[in-house]
Design a protein around this ligand. Structure first.
Ligand code: FE
Length: 188
């Protein structure tokens, strides 16, 4: 049974996408909806909050039937981190439990470079990514001794989206598809 908080969030994203609008308008509405979703940490079922000893986990919470958006819980074990990666679509991140760091990167004439200071998200904080506002980052659990969880909404079925990871030394990018920890997709 889906929680009221999550179903309310899904309705809000759905209505933001039904009206004719542009990305800044969609991001503003989804960010506001995300801020209310992560204002309380009492709705995420334990099944979607389980860390893995080796790998950060992405659990699919909702996939829009038309594929316009998806909602994921991102569960960090102690000290876990992503590779440097992009999304190729808008994404809104809300910190639910614990804390995470995000370092942005950009591709310039001299290759892949850190862009600005590392940001730290605390419970209730919201951040966004997209190809137009900055899409490349590396994210890690800010804690070495406990689990952190953030909730992500993306403007597509993110588990099936072709995107990229970047080699930190050479900047060379490689295509990847993340999938979901709790969904076994049919072979592509
Ligand atoms: Fe990301």
């Amino acid at each position: 049974m889906m929680s009221t908080a999550l179903s309310h969030f899904i309705q809000q994203v759905d209505s933001a996408l039904q009206e004719p609008s542009n990305e800044p308008m969609v991001l503003a509405r989804v960010r506001a909806a995300m801020a209310s979703l992560v204002a309380q940490d009492n709705w995420l079922p334990d099944a979607f909050a389980q860390p893995h000893p080796e790998f950060y986990q992405q659990y699919l919470l909702h996939r829009d039937p038309a594929g316009r958006f998806s909602v994921v819980s991102f569960v960090w074990g102690p000290g876990q981190r992503t590779p440097i990666h992009d999304h190729m679509v808008w994404g809104v991140i809300g910190m639910l439990r614990g804390s995470e760091y995000s370092q942005s990167f950009r591709i310039g004439p001299d290759g892949l470079r850190a862009d600005g200071e590392r940001e730290q998200l605390h419970p209730g904080d919201v951040a966004a990514v997209s190809p137009s506002i900055g899409d490349i980052h590396q994210v890690s659990n800010a804690h070495d001794d406990r689990v952190s969880i953030s909730i992500h909404a993306y403007g597509t079925d993110i588990g099936q989206q072709k995107r990229h990871v970047f080699d930190p030394l050479t900047g060379v990018r490689k295509e990847f598809i993340s999938g979901y920890a709790n969904v076994c997709e049919a072979a592509q």
